[in-house]
Design a protein. Sequence first.
Length: 630
Amino acid sequence: MISTENSLYQYLKTNNAYSEELTHCMEQTVEKLMTEQTSTNKPGMLLGKIQSGKTRAFIGIIGLAFDNDFDVTIVLTKNSNALAKQTYERLSSEFQEPIENDQLRVFDIMALPGNLKKYELSQKLAFVVKKEARNMERLQEALSETYPQLQERRVLFIDDEADFASVAYEHQRESNLVEMRKIASQIDWLRKSLSSSAYLQVTATPYSLYLQPDDMVIHEHKWFAPIRPAFTVLVPIHDKYVGGEMYFEASLEEGHMARYLFHEVKERELEALKKQDRRRVKADTVLTSGSVEGLRTAFVNFLVGACWRRWQAVRLGEKREKYSFIIHTERGKAAHEWQGYVVETMEAALRHLALEDGARFSALVKDAYWDMWRSMSTLDLPQPGVDEVVSDVREALLEEYVITSVVNSERDVDEMLDQTGQLQLRGPLNIFIGGQILDRGVTIRNLIGFYYGRNPKRFQQDTVLQHSRMYGARPLEDVAVTRFYTTQKIYEAMRTMHEFDRELRRAIEKGGQDQGVVFIEQSHEEIVPCSPNKLLLSDMVMLKPGKRLLPVGFQTGYKTHIEKTVKQIDAQVKALAGAAVKKHDGAGSYLVRVEDAKKVLALIHSTLVMEEGRRGIWKNMKRCLITCRS
């Protein structure tokens, strides 16, 4: 049994007021780390949701582990300066009093002194280490050369934002040797050099870990050693968390504020924003052009939503917050620069309109006002009149409250971080344009607008979910003015991802990912793509008991074109019902052969015209029928 009454854990519990559920999560994790063998290939797993408080949980685990004979914690962060700084600042803040009392020291490995004394080394030690070659070399040097006595201590590795499902070994043809990937090799060496260690992965995207092949697999001269968790502990979802349930479940409820959050963006608009094209996007038509209609709506909605919340803060006697909006559609820097130009051109055009054409300006703002009203009116709060919002938006433009920042490098991020490691909100209304750099590890406060358009041929679930910056702790008042802009295709893919994520979590709660959930793979080769830690969502669909796959988002073809096929369908259905293996169960259902069902589905499909982004449902139906047959 672990001890839960010692000083560090009790200090954290007192300061952070942990819930009963979170306390159970942390204590269960430490107990398992102490009683079960863990390693890089068989780690403990702390599974949370995107921006759901995983860091809070693992800091509590560190404190409790220190109280139970662990002496050193090595926190491995994603290769991001922002995340490394954020983690260092968070640990230093959470353990402030124990640090002042010489119970514990926190170091960024790259700033570790080379002359720590015996007194300092006798304290509990926490090292923040980026998963990057130089950081890992510095850690290796510290443990093997500078302070070799630490090798005799009990060490806890915490792999934050862990998303590598396999350790890759590359087969060298010339020497017939096998070399592990460098970072994995360094971690493996470190663990073998220690007398006692435990390994905990922290992630919100564990899918490939639970869908790994059972044995080592060879693929294109690479060997992949599967990683399977030794145990999994779920981070409880706190009551302030806003995630997929809001965007993809509550959005189906009549009258719920979530019903108004999603705004569709056309595929052609993403094309217009991909690279500079001043024929389609002109400065003098940027407020009227259909080429950027979605972005224009998003921009004005952001102005209105932020001004609305700031108006409410004044009426409620609260601090007026600064708000943020993200545009993430491409990885390339040229696209980011072009999008920055488009947004700043929109801002300039709106400012000119506010000065020169009050009627047109008011019309644009009023459209956004009534959009926000639909969701905001579901809350019992003071609400501004439309003229008040028009006036506040005009002020925001004329006083230049809007600050647009292009963020597409580590250097950009470093220059924009505040003292806590979060992106600094320089003005009342902040727009950030970028790609992967705005991914996991970068915290952006008070996000109320997300324009997303990463549109690959194949969606990788862990990547796309980590892009979902609209998830996280959000007050409902902010959610009411939040809007999510993307294409119908991406939205439907993300809905499927949410269902997959939800059912995997439920399955783990029941004791295993295969209890009540079926993961369907299109072909076995897809399980081990060139990047073994990524499993493509486009190659799988989630089924659970009672789950139905139904075609939505379609129009029927012209009657004269489909009349013959409809008669053929009617005839086939009637014949199948008459010859069914099992007669209907009272609800009009019959059991028929898979081959016959597929023929009817194919005929039905030929009579429909599917909307953009809705075509994948037919492929999934076909794959599910194949699975049912087997």
